[in-house]
Write a protein of this length. Structure first.
Length: 89
């Protein structure tokens, strides 16, 4: 699986929508970081993706928590404006 900008955005949004736990998101980001960094094919926005994946992958350590604000900032850097919509349960 080669991570793309669209895939990173989609995966972060899955976490924010409760479809992935924080641990699942961090593990996915670690795997995606390795795949991208070991790839011999240049990807568009590779530096931005590696920075984002590295930060999210470290999210399962106490010094680098994944907060709403940090994930919103990553999404903004990826070109996505996040808007919260409440859905009655």
């Amino acid at each position: 699986m080669m991570p793309t900008k669209a895939l990173v955005i989609e995966t972060i949004l899955k976490h924010l929508n409760g479809e992935l736990t924080e641990a699942e998101l961090a593990a996915w980001a670690e795997d995606a970081f390795v795949a991208l960094s070991e790839s011999e094919v240049d990807q568009p926005d590779e530096e931005l993706l590696l920075d984002t994946l590295g930060a999210i992958g470290a999210g399962d350590t106490p010094g680098f928590p994944l907060t709403w604000a940090s994930l919103r900032e990553h999404l903004t850097r990826l070109g996505v404006q996040v808007q919260v919509v409440a859905d009655a349960a």
